[in-house]
Write a protein of this length. Structure first.
Length: 419
């Protein structure tokens, strides 16, 4: 049919060109169909163009929405970091700042949940806040303790978990208020246990803390025996005696394992950093890439798997001690990913530490650390912050150097779990 159309159309064109237009009725009909098909095809093309333009506009709007979402998320993370740093310095101001910016709610349970999760929060600051006598703080304390599940736990183990979640304040009234609420929560979780009375649990908690101090404090020479511990706790259960085998079990558990009280001296290493955020770290031997949470503080660059942790030692993946021999530069290689920068040494291998596959701390083997930021602005801020940290080291701050060496030595000796 197309060949027939082509033949007839060519003949008609010759006739038109020569001035002899003699088309049959069939040819006129064919010409009309061709024109109609052409018009339909033209309209279809215009409709396709319109659809393509609409799709392009939708994609552009989607990209813009994604960019805006990323911007909002970065701003949210900035507010969270600022609020956390304020809390670690002044708990009351930090909570107020986070509430004003909608990070946490106004209710006591909202604040309690934030403190319970404890992401990068100073344990001493948590203790100061929940130990305050104000009505709202006392309510937060109750909600905070209520988030702990002591069901089925021996009171020693419950105390161990509880006292690891914050730093117990030094004031007697604060301690009494906290321990009283702990006793009520413990009995609530264990209504059919040996300690079914909150007053008994309260006295027992103090007795355990005193026993712990006596057994594990090297300055205490006269260590209490199990017989003395049993004798000291006669009649504390509403005038009745607790079972000897129960008290003996408590004594042996306390003696065997020391409480792990939060170590503020080392834990505070990670609080109020000079800069922190996501960076993609390029591996060494196999050029693998891993997204890590980096934290810069006092001449040390630490990196973690996630930011959502308390940044204790057993969560470190690695660390890079900065010194005056290190330099930072943008990566200008056109084949490299965007927003990259490098930390490099002009004198050889950078003295760093990381975890191997068995979780042991081993020396790093990098002459260059290549890192990718999430934006050019973020890359420039990292370069500026690291350079400032290196410059501070060159001023001969001996206290900082001593602290850096102490931290590095601790990290070097860690037996860390695998990751």
């Amino acid at each position: 049919a197309y060949k027939l159309w082509d033949h007839r159309f060519t003949r008609m064109a010759v006739e038109v060109h020569s001035g002899r237009v003699t088309r049959s009725e069939e040819e006129e009909k064919l010409l009309k169909e061709i024109r109609e098909e052409k018009e339909t095809l033209w309209l279809d093309i215009q409709e396709l163009r319109r659809q393509i333009i609409d799709i392009d506009n939708e994609l552009a709007a989607l990209d813009e929405a994604n960019d805006e979402e990323m911007r909002r998320e970065r701003e949210k993370q900035r507010i969270i970091r600022n609020g956390r740093n304020k809390f670690n310095t002044n708990p009351k101001d930090g909570i107020k700042f986070l509430q004003q910016h909608g990070v946490i709610g106004e209710k006591s349970e909202d604040v309690a949940a934030y403190l319970f999760n404890g992401e990068l929060l100073n344990k001493r600051a948590i203790g100061d806040y929940v130990g305050d006598h104000k009505e709202f703080n006392v309510d937060v304390l109750k909600k905070f303790i209520g988030l702990h599940d002591f069901k089925g736990k021996l009171i020693v183990d419950a105390l161990r978990v509880f006292l690891a979640s914050f730093h117990l304040p030094g004031e007697a009234q604060k301690i009494d208020r906290i321990m009283d609420n702990f006793a009520h929560r413990y009995v609530e979780c264990n209504p059919d246990g040996t300690l079914s009375n909150p007053d008994t649990a309260f006295v027992m908690s103090y007795s355990i803390i005193m026993l712990h101090t006596s057994l594990h404090n090297p300055s205490v020479k006269d260590k209490p025996t199990v017989e003395r511990f049993i004798s000291m706790n006669r009649g504390i259960d509403n005038g009745n005696n607790l079972p000897d085998d129960f008290l003996t079990e408590l004594y042996e558990v306390v003696k065997k394992k020391e409480f792990k009280v939060p170590e503020d001296d080392l834990a505070e290493t990670f609080f109020n950093p000079e800069k922190e955020g996501w960076l993609t770290k390029e591996g060494g031997k196999y050029r693998s890439k891993h997204k890590r949470w980096f934290l810069l503080k006092e001449g040390m660059l630490y990196y973690f798997r996630q930011p959502t942790h308390s940044h204790q030692d057993d969560e470190l993946i690695g660390s890079i001690p900065l010194d005056v021999t290190l330099k930072v530069r943008e990566v200008e290689d056109p084949k490299a990913p965007p927003c990259c920068f490098e930390i490099f040494s002009e004198t050889g291998v950078i003295k760093a530490w990381k975890k191997d596959s068995d979780g042991r701390a081993v020396p790093g083997n990098h002459e260059v650390y290549r890192l990718q930021a999430e934006s050019e602005e973020d890359r420039n801020n990292w370069i500026k912050s690291i350079n400032a940290s290196i410059a501070a080291l060159s001023s001969g701050d001996s206290a900082m150097e001593q602290k850096k060496k102490r931290i590095a030595s601790v990290i070097h000796g860690l037996e860390l779990p695998g990751f």
